[in-house]
Design a protein around this ligand. Structure first.
Ligand code: ATP
Length: 251
């Protein structure tokens, strides 16, 4: 297996200046990580652990303070590579007066899909997220579960090879959660590599091939599913023990 994503010594220090004083917060410290093609990796960690910072750095939404990221063999930032990445943000925002279909056309155009392909791509992703019958619904009428599925459709509109999901299952009801899990697994079966963050460790355990435990801006442990399979809840135990071994969380 070859690494599709390779992160080397990645550090992010957030600096903020106010009234002549500069404050610094460590977002991420010296992260080294590899993800193989076709893998699903879950990032877990307490609030403020650095999960979103990691995802945003890969997406180029933040500039690293130090370190390098290689994706699909190219050093980032690289506009051709980033076009092959799909992103589902933690808090999706769509214009309230757009219909579901209009949202997908809008994102399809933004992703550079040819005009004569947009309709068929939108139909395809609507089918994938089981929203074909809801395509004329307005965003303002959508439930949390529907918005999450629309967000997934938006992330898939340009048929990316690498998917980044920030908290894709948070706040979903049991049906929505099961559907999202099935969609993630089916996307992976169709060849997509997926990196996602989550607080729901029991789901990471079900979906992921590997998991990274983060705390206080550091990657503390990377585990493969072999290390937690066979014992239900064991990833949760490894997680809690790992955080305790580090003396808890710095607040
Ligand atoms: P959560 O589970 O709460 O979403 P997280 O693991 O995604 O947390 P990050 O959001 O990456 O954590 O935050 C890592 C650290 O960086 C935290 O200490 C946070 O306060 C800090 N941080 C994040 N964004 C900023 C910002 N824009 N400016 C300053 N500090 C920030």
């Amino acid at each position: 297996m070859s690494a599709i994503l390779s992160i080397k010594n990645l550090t992010k220090i957030y600096r903020r200046s106010h009234l002549g004083r500069t404050t610094s917060t460590v977002g991420l410290k010296n992260l080294n990580l590899e993800i193989n093609e076709g893998e699903i990796m879950g990032l877990i960690g307490p609030n403020g652990a650095g999960k979103t910072t990691t995802l945003k750095l890969i997406l180029g939404l933040l500039n690293p303070t130090e370190g390098e990221i290689f994706l699909m063999g190219k050093k980032l930032p690289d506009p051709t590579v980033i076009q092959r990445v799909g992103f589902l943000p933690e808090v999706p925002y769509f214009p309230r007066n757009f219909s579901v279909q209009e949202v997908l056309y809008f994102y399809g155009r933004l992703s550079g899909i040819a005009e004569n392909q947009i309709h068929s791509r939108a139909e395809k992703v609507l089918d994938l997220v089981r929203m074909t019958k809801r395509k004329d619904k307005h965003v303002r009428e959508c439930s949390k579960g529907m918005l999450q599925r629309l967000s997934l459709a938006q992330a898939l509109i340009h048929d990316p090879a690498f998917l980044i999901f920030d908290e894709p299952i948070t706040g979903l009801d049991p049906v929505g959660l099961t559907e999202m899990r099935e969609m993630i697994l089916s996307l992976n079966k169709s060849g997509k590599t997926i990196l996602f963050s989550s607080h729901i460790i029991s789901e990471v355990e079900k979906i992921a091939h590997s998991a990274g435990i983060m705390a206080n801006g550091e990657m503390v442990k990377v585990l493969t599913s072999k290390e937690w399979k066979g014992q239900s809840g064991s990833l949760e135990k490894i997680f809690v023990d790992t955080i305790h071994e580090r003396g808890g969380i710095e607040l």
